[in-house]
Design a protein around this ligand. Structure first.
Ligand SMILES: Nc1nc2c(ncn2[C@@H]2O[C@H](COP(=O)(O)OP(=O)(O)OP(=O)(O)O)[C@@H](O)[C@H]2O)c(=O)[nH]1
Ligand SMILES: [Mg+2]
Length: 396
């Protein structure tokens, strides 16, 4: 595969089965032209079923050990598999000016692999923005729990995680919808949400919302996101903006005006062509910006894209903080670090929590540059605890 990208490239990386389907759907949307797409999965059949413009976009992870059979829901295997693709990932990430990672939480590949990508990106001075769906409740308690645990783990590593509950789709799904169609709809909504996110984060030339806004909204809080995009098409820019607002409120992953009203923080962005006037920007953002409740933090932005003519896109990300987690966080913050550590070790019957250290294989230490000792494909110059991703208690 080609690991070099032109500078200023937006990269959308799909992880696992759901990530692959979202990237495939995205590749069929004309607005995605110019975006670099890639899918990393451990499941050979799932990758083969994907139709992408270029087969080089698909990467089968850790074929040597997983034999293309997937992880069977094991997040440790997902983590290892992604770690073994570090070099390839680094090649891609190093040239991306904006990196968006998409997938579904609850399985092994994306849930286990996301943390590896977050660390890799961070170590390279890049930020990965995660747009991950959370399972439908009907997928069962085990999956929902695995996804919640995955979300919590990822939030500890990254300030830019948008976890979108699939159940939001029930506001628009007809009751007789098939399982497969529900996922197809999720594919499409996540693909559109990805484009909306790119609109928000792409540097603009008007009042631009950016990555800093997203970080400030999401940092240190467990949250759930609703994200919607409304498109308006008309040669009359005022009419296009009116349509975009109406369509935004109908978009399924947003959940209508009620979700905006209920949100703790909202980012709203309008993107249009060169005929977008300041008065329309003001009018549309004022209408959309008046929908969140008075206590919500609202951030707005607007971009011009030269390739958009007769078309505007209005994107909203509504973030709701998890109040239960916030309450736990507040009571933890009120205690001294020493007291917290003591409590952690003395609480009756509780096992010490093991933390995963960032064990991305980047160096062979003093063996760097020497001929590696490779036996059966394993590099024995890399310490065993690093190779095997052994969890190490950091004592925190
Ligand atoms: N949008 C969409 N979501 C899906 C699809 N299949 C599964 N999901 C969702 O994504 C979650 C994770 O499933 P997968 O993507 O299959 O898991 P994975 O990351 O490939 O992990 P393993 O297969 O266990 O290695 C599921 O719980 C579903 O909520 C799909 O075809 N489209
Ligand atoms: Mg899979």
């Amino acid at each position: 595969m080609t690991d070099t990208l032109p500078k200023n490239q937006v990269l959308v990386l799909g992880l696992g089965g759901a990530g692959g389907r979202v990237v495939e759907t995205l590749s069929r949307l004309p607005e995605a032209a110019g975006i670099k797409l890639s899918v990393f999965d451990t499941d050979q059949n799932a990758l083969e079923r994907l139709t992408l413009p270029d087969d080089d976009c698909k990467v089968l992870c850790d074929n040597q050990w997983l034999l293309g059979q997937g992880t069977g829901g094991d997040t440790i295997k997902g983590q290892r598999a992604m770690t073994r693709e570090s070099h390839r990932l680094q090649g891609l990430i190093s040239q991306a000016s904006l990196l968006i990672v998409v997938g579904g939480l609850g399985g092994g590949t994306a849930t286990g692999g996301a943390g590896v990508i977050s660390r890799l990106a961070r170590s390279m001075g890049n930020t990965a923005v995660f747009l991950f769906e959370l399972p439908f409740a009907f997928e069962g308690h085990g999956r929902v729990k695995a996804a919640e645990d995955g979300l919590r783990g990822l939030l500890a590593l990254s300030d830019t995680v948008l976890g979108i509950p699939n159940d939001l789709l029930f506001s628009v799904l007809p009751s007789e919808v098939s399982f497969a169609d529900a996922f197809k709809m999720a594919d499409m909504e996540l693909a559109r949400a990805t484009l909306g996110l790119i609109d928000i984060l792409r540097p603009g030339n008007l009042l631009s919302s950016d990555l800093g806004d997203l970080v400030s909204v999401l940092k240190n809080r467990k949250s759930y996101a609703a994200i919607g995009v409304g498109c308006g098409k008309s040669s009359d820019v005022g009419e296009a903006c009116t349509q975009a607002l109406a369509n935004l409120l109908d978009s399924p992953f947003l959940g209508g005006a009620a979700k905006l009203k209920d949100a703790d923080a909202v980012i709203i962005n309008l993107t249009g062509g060169e005929n977008l006037t300041l008065s329309e920007v003001k009018r549309t953002l004022a209408s959309a910006g008046s929908l969140p409740g008075l206590s919500a933090r609202v951030m707005i932005g607007a971009n011009i894209r030269q390739d958009l003519t007769g078309e505007v896109h209005l994107t909203a990300i509504a973030v709701k903080y998890d109040e239960r987690e916030a309450a736990v966080q507040l009571s933890q913050d009120a205690k001294s670090p020493t007291r917290r550590r003591r409590e952690k070790t003395t609480r009756s019957g509780e096992q010490p929590v093991q933390q995963m250290l960032p064990l991305t294989i980047t160096s062979s230490g003093i063996f760097e540059g020497k001929t590696p000792t490779i036996i059966d494909g394993v590099n024995f110059d890399i310490p065993a605890f690093v190779r095997n991703q052994v969890p190490v208690d950091t004592g925190e």
